[in-house]
Design a protein around this ligand. Structure first.
Ligand SMILES: NC(=O)c1ccc[n+]([C@@H]2O[C@H](COP(=O)([O-])OP(=O)(O)OC[C@H]3O[C@@H](n4cnc5c(N)ncnc54)[C@H](O)[C@@H]3O)[C@@H](O)[C@H]2O)c1
Length: 163
């Protein structure tokens, strides 16, 4: 049976997800909610929520938030009472108290909060980059017969001074 998904936010990511789900055997979009009704005007009315209170009448397995950090704050706890939640606007979880509230809510309701890998891809990239930069510093310190080369390498190392 297909997983039923609700979308909060119908911008770039929301539209992409809807298009992907149309050809997917494993999931279907049950509803879309966006504060800007213009955004959802082209959709089948039965799949559009016009008010957040209608969330309670939809039975979905997962709600995907792709809207704004405020949407997570406003709707996240409510959603977790009914479904799992995947959050794109991760800065909403930067607030310790709110993050704790969401974790407690998820546990109490036996629901999951999913954090897409895309959100930490940048960090992964920085980590990989850091390893390469450290490597480049070693090379530049050891094989140092070109002052210009040293200077170019160390310019990219955080905290390093050019000779
Ligand atoms: N985690 C990641 O890797 C990642 C990557 C890209 C974007 N994002 C985040 O995902 C979110 C969506 O990105 P996007 O590019 O699709 O944005 P977008 O601006 O294209 O679309 C956002 C949509 O959400 C709607 N919206 C705003 N506040 C709302 C609310 N309170 N309730 C319901 N709908 C609301 C807007 O009207 C808009 O249609 C943003 O917060 C963005 O920062 C996360």
């Amino acid at each position: 049976m297909k997983k039923r998904i609700g979308l909060i936010g119908f911008g770039f990511i929301g539209r992409y997800l809807l298009a992907k789900a149309e050809d997917d055997d494993l999931m279907e979009i049950d509803f879309v909610y966006d504060v800007d009704s213009q955004r959802t005007a082209e959709l089948e009315p039965s799949s559009v929520l016009t008010d957040v209170s209608q969330l309670q009448q939809r039975h979905v397995d997962l709600v995907v938030e792709a809207a704004h950090p405020l949407a997570v704050r406003e709707l996240g706890p409510q959603v977790l009472g009914q479904a799992d939640l995947l959050i794109f606007s991760l800065t909403s979880l930067a607030d310790d108290a709110f993050r704790k509230q969401m974790a407690e809510r998820a546990e109490a309701a036996n629901r999951c909060v999913y954090i897409p890998h895309g959100a930490v891809l940048g960090l992964d990239g920085l980590q990989n980059c850091l390893a390469r930069l450290q490597c480049s510093r070693k090379r530049s310190l050891i094989g140092a017969n070109s002052k210009a080369k040293n200077s170019r390498s160390s310019a990219f190392i955080p905290g390093a001074k050019s000779p």
